[in-house]
Write a protein of this length. Structure first.
Ligand code: FRU
Length: 503
């Protein structure tokens, strides 16, 4: 045989082998990283949550979805619903793309049938979202549903809003009661600007005002939303908050910021100086959150995409990529620095008996929580309620049972006065920067309490009764891990440790 051909055959065979190996590796389901109660699609890609709405006893989430591949593309709206915020039922694809990609947006309940769309005898949901014509332009479109969001009809006379821009997206609509109109917040991302539009019928939108160039400006602005939040401790004092997704606390990584102020039905006025930067979450994995429309008891609830654009492609999960954060209740709290966002986990497990509880415990060095073995591969919230400490650094440490070099630490640094999540040794590192410690400042005068929601690859820290939030993903390689409470160079006195298992 000709040597050249022989060599070519060997080369081809080895190439096939390598390709086969790569494909079969990529095809292995990564169940150990799939959150149990946080939503992730059965398969394929997701990014932003869209169209969050509570309707007829169900919390609905729609989500940016590629229905055919585990990577961004073919953007359409997926759909899931839950009665209790713990069990999610994934439903058929809600809004498929056509020539246009279906980008982020919202869903409202057209209770009075002001749009005149659909069957007037049936309840009507209206979705307003960005139609993206790749590299051409973005305009706002509408679709409606008479079957509780299962199937949608794209409005015949779309677009409902078009200002001829390449970047103009992510409409979020609320009902503004005092001006008796729907108000849309929508981003002009490259201009770092949010426009507000008003409408009586959801079809015709009139420009109200524009808010721009304040707060964080290094990265584009996306996914804006307006919410009226209760100020804690007051009977019914409220303030308006404008949120948007942009650069987060760490340079070069996305995150979310907020502005506290007033909205009078036309204009949003920032109560703080324009250069004030307030961040929602100090982790790298909380983005594009929007509030639920029509949430029960007039609470403002939201959830975000728990991943970062900086390394989303590298998320090593299969057959899905992308997952949602916990649902959090929002309010404002009067702190010495001014009004600050407070987030609380929902459902409200605090009212439920904990699965595991130890009272009045002092820790020097470290204590392994043996009861935690029962919670291996479960989803749970752990709370440390601190009485006092003389230590330099204290918190929780999850350590791989078969590799002592693999661990994740969450806690408080008493020297730097910082809360932190350290995932630098937590297993798979997805990108440079992924291993950087996420830390958040201490709020003087507030509690030293810490709560962490653990759900496989998800870690969410809400500390000091929810003024501090850090959300970080991690991808442990070890199969089992031990959890301990530690206290470096000093004593940690705890009023109690409580753990709730979430089923
Ligand atoms: C935010 C975002 C939105 C856009 C969507 C596209 O993560 O970039 O601005 O609508 O994702 O998937």
């Amino acid at each position: 045989m000709n040597m050249k051909i022989h060599f070519k055959n060997i080369l081809l065979a080895s190439l096939f082998q390598v390709a086969f190996l790569l494909i079969s590796q990529a095809q292995t389901a990564t169940d150990a990283w799939r959150p149990l109660v946080h939503f992730s699609p059965q398969k394929n890609w997701t990014n932003d949550p869209n169209g969050l709405i509570y309707f007829k006893g169900y919390y609905h989430i729609f989500f940016q979805h590629n229905p055919i591949a585990n990577e961004w593309g073919n953007m359409s709206w997926g759909h899931a619903r839950s009665k209790d915020l713990l069990h999610w039922e994934e439903l058929p694809l809600a809004i498929p793309h056509g020539e246009e990609y279906i980008f982020s947006g919202c869903v409202v309940w057209d209770k009075e049938h002001v749009s005149g769309l659909g069957d007037p005898q049936k309840e009507l949901l209206v979705a307003i979202y960005t139609a993206d014509y790749p590299n051409k332009k973005q305009e706002q479109h509408l679709a409606y549903s008479n079957d509780d969001g299962l199937t949608w009809t794209k409005y015949l006379h779309n677009p409902i809003l078009d200002i001829n821009l390449l970047n103009f997206r992510d409409p979020s609509v609320i009902w503004h009661n005092s001006s008796k109109q729907f108000v849309m917040s929508v981003a002009k991302p490259t201009e770092r600007s949010v426009q507000f539009y008003g409408s009586k019928n959801l079809l015709n939108w009139e420009l109200l005002s524009e808010f721009s160039n304040q707060g964080e400006l290094d990265m584009i602005w996306e996914c804006p939303s307006l919410a009226e939040l209760l100020v804690e401790g007051s009977e019914k004092e409220t303030k308006w908050v404008l949120f948007n997704s942009t650069q987060g606390v760490q340079k070069g990584f996305v995150g979310m910021q907020y502005f506290v102020g007033e909205f009078n039905g036309k204009t949003f006025t920032n109560a703080n100086p324009p250069e004030t930067k307030l961040f929602v979450d100090y982790g790298k994995d909380f983005y594009a959150a929007i509030p639920f429309y029509n949430a029960p008891n007039q609470e403002v609830l939201w959830l975000g995409w728990a991943l970062s654009w900086q390394y989303a492609k590298e998320q090593p999960t299969f057959p899905w990529k992308g997952q949602m954060s916990s649902i959090r209740k929002l309010s404002l709290i009067n702190s010495p620095d001014g009004l600050r966002l407070k987030q609380e986990f929902r459902p409200n497990f605090s009212e439920v008996e904990p699965t595991f509880q130890i009272k009045d415990v002092s820790i020097t060095k470290s204590k392994v929580l043996s009861g935690i073995k029962l919670l291996q591969n479960k989803s749970y919230i752990i709370e440390l309620d601190v009485e006092g400490t003389t230590s330099d650094r204290w918190g929780l440490k999850w350590q791989s049972a078969d590799n002592l070099q693999e661990f994740t630490v969450v806690g408080f640094d008493e020297i730097k006065k910082q809360w932190f999540i350290d995932r630098s040794k937590s297993g798979k590192i997805l990108s440079p920067g992924f291993f950087k410690i996420d830390s958040a400042p201490w709020h003087e005068g507030e509690s030293r309490q810490l709560r962490v929601w653990v759900d496989h690859s998800m870690l969410e820290l809400l500390a000091q009764d929810g003024i501090v939030a850090i959300s970080s993903l991690r991808f442990p390689l070890g199969k089992k891990e031990n959890l301990s409470v530690f206290s470096d160079k000093g004593k940690l006195d705890l009023k109690q440790i409580r753990i709730w298992e979430l089923k």
